[in-house]
Design a protein around this ligand. Sequence first.
Ligand code: WT7
Length: 655
Amino acid sequence: MSSQIDHLLDETRRFPPSQEFAASAVAQPELYQHAHADRDAFWGEQSRELLHWHKPFTRVLDWSTPPFAKWFDDGELNVAYNCLDRHVEAGNGDRVAILWEGEPGDTRRITYAELTEEVKRVANVLEGYGVTAGDRVAIYLPMIPEAVASMLAVARLGAVHSVVFGGFSADSLRSRIDDAGAKVVITADGGYRKGRVSALKPAVDQALSDRGDGEQQTVEHVLVVKRGENEVDWTEGRDHWWHNAVPAASAEHEARAFPAENPLFILYTSGTTGKPKGILHTSGGYLTQAAYTHRNVFDLKPETDVFWCTADIGWVTGHTYVTYGPLANGATQVLYEGTPDAPHPGRWWEIIEKYGVTIFYTAPTAIRSFMKIGRSVPRKFDLSSIRLLGSVGEPINPEAWMWYREVIGGGNAPIVDTWWQTETGAIMVSPLPGITATKPGSAQVPLPGITIDVVDEAGEEVGNGNGGLLVITEPWPSMLRGIWGDPERYKETYWDKFEKQGYYFAGDGARLDEDGDLWLLGRVDDVMNVSGHRLSTAEIESSLVAHEATAEAAVVGASDETTGQAVVAFVIIKESYLSAHDAAGLATQLRQWVGEQIGAIARPRDVYIVGELPKTRSGKIMRRLLRDVAEGREVGDTTTLADTAVMSIISAQVK
Ligand code: WT7
């Protein structure tokens, strides 16, 4: 790893924006100066400029009880009104909000006026189910316009959505519904993936069924979109078809104002323990930074741009750069239901050509998989509408960066490599496209208004040319407000490490180069990043040991050419199981098991059945050594192992 990093830091190529781009860019150099002069005043100005406040705030930040921040605290707003009604009232009702493309090729164009009306109806339906401010609604939908409408309808009521990625299993859905205590679930019969309908409703039925004694079931209503035309089971009284309920509801609905700190959503993400964390975001600060970053980082010109963020709404990128940022800014965007390669490998490029996409935001893992297929596929399409490219989710290697620039960006579109997290709510570190001379592989600089540093274990600045831990040194508007139901875990996970300094610990390693630009080096905790998705080693380990065959399991993230990291599991099988069962095919079974337990994204690339795991004298598994094996490297220093012979045995078993 370290030689690779040194190589990265030798990167000398620089790509300044063209004069033309710089001159007409939304973000001009003064933005840094304004933010620097008075940070609170800057955020106050941004918020007033970008959003409509039903009741203006008089105070920007209350940081009197850290780490619990309050932003724009005495102000009131309605998030959905900001994303919808106000654009219609300003005369932009006919502007297209969503250019939707279904995987089989069916399409819908939805204007701001139409989306506003739809959201009002859905809000009325939900109110009819008794949803009021503060109630939780789970959303488990494919990438269809109803997903965006559902989020906004929940927001309109001051209620809290918890979107669960459609790829998660019934078990994962159940634990999220239960943790949040959701009152309503919005789902679909299914959605299209790789040319087939992938069912969703059965997972909801399963998540809401067979509970043990004393396990409270909180869901009263399930609203079901018909998308896949697949057969579904039906629970009378609980289940309602969207196409019956929504059109029958009134199209009148007043957007009431809610306090700035009213919770907006919970989004679960993997941490270092087996239990996912419900990251809580609130309204005014979140929407301010969503709109601010979407406008400045992507240089948005809402009248002319066609924006496309390829993320699923089940992830934070989909929350902030599909639903809230673009709609708060009155942008026109593409929403695509399916996979990049269905029905053919040029599907994404075909969509860019078809809709004239000007700003394209995706993940390095996708770029690398297109690189593998080769440039002949994108070359068949006219991508000349593209004027800006974005990357998110994991470090982008310079080779992929250059390919992205040349093949997709026509050699001149600036690339913004955006670093942020579910917890930060919105982009924190990124070049500004009209200002920064970009460097392949580096996310570079904190945005105006954001303060980032790289420190050592003691919290001391490492300075240029050195590596350490990435911290955020001052609160920011879209910061998480906590972990749902667990304030202690919130403090412990993010704030205890640098309590003295009052820094937020992001969990990422980073280096500052000689110019002071940031290079992200990946997680420093037991969290993996697979295709830009965060997975916990502990969560997958506990799923593996829940299988009857497994005695012990250790999971590591091994570097992978396409997915960044891949899940690799080392499993010890119980003697008793081996004596009664045939072990052939067990590795495959265990892979499938994890897929069913958590979701397909968590399925290990490799499962190695081994006799022992490397442990220290105190019994801690040395994952570093397993990673050496998984990556096919010489095994590192084994002197702290309780039994130093164990690694050669494991290496032999893996071969
Ligand atoms: C983790 C957050 C933020 C949306 C998608 C992931 C990694 C994210 C970058 C980037 C290097 C990145 C970090 C971070 N990450 N963006 N541009 N360069 N690493 O959200 O699931 O909350 O994961 O993704 O390790 O901590 P998430």
